[in-house]
Design a protein around this ligand. Sequence first.
Ligand SMILES: [Zn+2]
Ligand SMILES: [Zn+2]
Ligand SMILES: [Zn+2]
Length: 478
Amino acid sequence: MKATATLKFKENILKWDNAAFYLIDKDSYARPEQLMDYDAVIIDASDQEYTRLLLRRFRAHHNSSLYLKPIYLVNYKEQTDVFINELIDGIIYFPEQITEKINEISELKQRITHLDTDPGHTFESQLIKKVLAFLYTREKKSIKPLPYVYSSIGYTYPVLSVNFEPFEEFRVLDILSWAENENIIWPDFVDRVYFCNNCKNGHLVYREICPSCDSANIKSQDLIHHFPCGYIGPVSDFRNTIDSTMNCPKCSKNLRHIGVDYDKPSIINHCQNCNEVFQDYIVKAKCIHCKHDTDVQYLLAKDINAYKLTKKGRHAATSGFIGERNEKEDEIFGAVNQKTFQTMLYYETERVKHNISANIQLCGLQLENIFDLTRKFGKSKEKAFLTELVQIIREQIKTMDFINITNPSMILICMADSSPETANELMQRISDKIKDLIANNFNGFSIVTEFKTESLKKDISFEKQIHNLSTFLVQSND
Ligand SMILES: [Zn+2]
Ligand SMILES: [Zn+2]
Ligand SMILES: [Zn+2]
C-alpha cells in the first residue's frame, strides 16, 4: 500500500496516478457541470438527505459524463437508504481505498466508450437509454423494485426513478411498460400496488365505513343466535353489567357452549355517528396526497415487476435501438416523418449526384436539454409545443425545404439551393428564436443548443451523414 501521508485533498481535490477526485462536503459545493472533468466524485454522506439530493443532480442529469460519473461516499453511516445504495459506486471507509478505486474507474471509463451515442428519439427512449447505459457501465442486467418510504408508489427503481420527482414515481411504471412493449426488458411479477384514481399516488389510508354516512366511527360486534328460543341479536344484548355470564334477553337462559346451544352466524356493525345498524361496511381509501376518497374497487391496480434485460436490451446500450413508433401520432404540422424525410433526402442525393451545381444543405439542430422541459408536458401539450417550434423554423426557410422532428432533441432540416454560409446564418437565427421563445414562455428556461450545417454529400449515404452529424453534435456538448 502506498504511503497515506500524501493522500490529502487540497481544496477538495485529490490527484493520484493521473486520476483526479473531487470531494463534495459541507463546506464546498460545485455544480455537477463544473465537475465534468474529474474522474470520480466523492460525497461526504454525513447528511443523508443532502446526499440524496446530490445523487439526483448527477444521475438525473442529461449529460452522460455526469449521469455516469463514478461516485463514492465517505461518512455514510446508516447505509440503509436503498435509493442511495443503488446509485453509488461504492463506499470508502479508509482514505487508502480511494487509490484502490482507480482500476475500477478506468474500467468504467472504458465501458463508457462502448456506448451508443444516439440520445434517443422520444422522452421514453431517452430515459431508457440512460438506464441501459448505467446498467451496462456497472455490469448489471436487471432492474429491481425496492420498497421505499419516500416513493409515492411504495416502490422505487432507483436508476430510473432518479429522473422523476418522488411524487411522480407512477410515471416510472409507464416508462417500464413502454420498454417492455419495445421488448427491451422482460417482467417478473413481484407485487401489486393500488393508486389513487385521481392523482395516481399510492399513499392511501384504508377504512371500513358506514354505508349511509361514510363515517369510519363504527363498532362491530358478534351476532348471536340462541337455538332454544330462536332469538338473534348482538352479543351486547346477552351481557350483563355484573359478571361474564351471558343470558338470553328473550328466554333468560344461560348461554353454555358455542355450537351446542348458540352460534355466532356473523357480525353486526353499529355506526356511532348516525346510529345505523348494518352488516356490510364499505372499504374506502383516502389519498393522503390529494385527499380524494374512493371506493377500493375503483383504485388503479398496477403490477410491480422486476425486470431483466432482453437480448435486445443487452445490446441496446452499445448498438442502439429503434423504437417502433406510431407515425400518425407523431406527425407535426409543417414537418415530415422520418420515413418521408429519408425518401426526400434520397431524391435530393440523386439530384446532387447528377447536377454539379446543386447546393443542398443538411442541418442538424440539437436541443440538448429539451426533455427537461417536455417531460413536464402531457402528450398533447408536447405536440402543440413542437408544432410551434416547427413554425419558427418554417418562417426562416423556403417552402421547398423540409424538416424532421421525430427526435425533438435533434431536429433535422434540409435546405435546397442554399449556400453553406446562408444555411449557417439561418440556423443561427432559428436557434436564437427558439431560445427566446422557450425562455419567454417557460420561466426563463435556458435551452442548450448546438447546430451544424453540411452540404449533402454524394460519396457517403445520407443515413451515414445524418448519423455522423448527430454524433458530432451530441459529443460536442460533452
Ligand atoms: Zn353512519
Ligand atoms: Zn333464548
Ligand atoms: Zn390522490
